[in-house]
Design a protein around this ligand. Sequence first.
Ligand SMILES: NC(=O)c1ccc[n+]([C@@H]2O[C@H](COP(=O)([O-])OP(=O)(O)OC[C@H]3O[C@@H](n4cnc5c(N)ncnc54)[C@H](O)[C@@H]3O)[C@@H](O)[C@H]2O)c1
Length: 355
Amino acid sequence: MKFDPNSLNIVPFVSVDHMMKIVLQIGVEKMLKGIAEYVEDDFKRWELFDKTPRVPSHSEKGVIELMPTSDGEVYGFKYVNGHPANTKEGLQTVTAFGMLADVETGYPVLLSEMTILTALRTAATSAVAAKHLAAKNAKVMAMIGNGAQSEFQALAFKTILGIEEVRLYDIDPAATEKCARNLAGRGLNVVSCTSSQEALEGAQIVTTCTADKQYATILTDNMVGSGLHINAIGGDCPGKTELHKDILLRSGIFVEYTPQTRIEGEIQQLDDDYPVTELWEVITGQKEGRTSDGQITLFDGVGFAVEDFSALRYLRDHYKETGFYEDLDMIADPDDPRDLFGMVQRAKTPEQAAS
Ligand SMILES: NC(=O)c1ccc[n+]([C@@H]2O[C@H](COP(=O)([O-])OP(=O)(O)OC[C@H]3O[C@@H](n4cnc5c(N)ncnc54)[C@H](O)[C@@H]3O)[C@@H](O)[C@H]2O)c1
């Protein structure tokens, strides 16, 4: 990256207001497609990334996590929480912000809201996984859990996979109503259902994106027919899963970063050496994805730092042209690097200087 040494104290900041305007200016589907390309490119160079399971701080109500990674030139991290009971208080289940920095100097180069960006990158990653794993020509997707992530998921699958019908189910009919309303007129046939079973009728793909801090059973074994691709993204914490164990035992299982998914994903229900394939291995052609039309494929998505890095890279390459950002005076950068104390003194008011 090239930096202007005179402006290193200034960090471009994309606020929530900016991000909303960026999404509208670029267009949500175009942005999902763009982020998906960045995710796929980064999965192709997976081996050079610093990787670690995210660092969690668990509490009774939820979890707060840090998600760092680096490709050797750029460093990125995301702060994110997951609090399933928050919506009852009128708060979001998931909120996030994150940044990119220059590895050579350690100076930040972009700070951004990431609540909206996380929804975009999660949907983009889900669609990339399905592109490589789902039955070709899949047209119908069931969507169980119609909360904050759901519209982004539906639109990513429409624009990246060509899904034509989305079948919605949520235990809270108000969530389904909201999702159907938001998706109306966007080129999808939207069907509201009254059970998971009904949502799955005729679907080649099912996305589960529910929020509950427990071992939930959103899908039972009898609901899952041959050839189905399961995009399970709501089980992403120890003790928080969505699928019955029997479904896992019948599926080809694909994950992002195995050490993290063993802790957080659906596969926490299985032995530590149960065979799984990492998605990057399929994308780079080193391992097979779907092996037969009848195979059940499961993307056990928990969300990995590299995807956030990809989304931030996409943003870094596009925010300027939208004009939606502001400059933050974020890094103390004295003219004489060793005179931090002197720099502080220069902020004295005339009264402070006189006293
Ligand atoms: N894998 C990832 O990368 C990733 C990224 C973001 C969020 N998530 C997870 O995805 C989940 C959804 O996130 P969100 O922001 O949309 O949450 P949200 O709270 O906005 O929505 C969740 C919805 O699930 C519904 N629900 C709960 N139990 C259900 C059940 N048994 N059957 C049907 N519906 C049910 C709720 O009524 C709610 O409408 C969360 O668990 C979150 O932690 C994962």
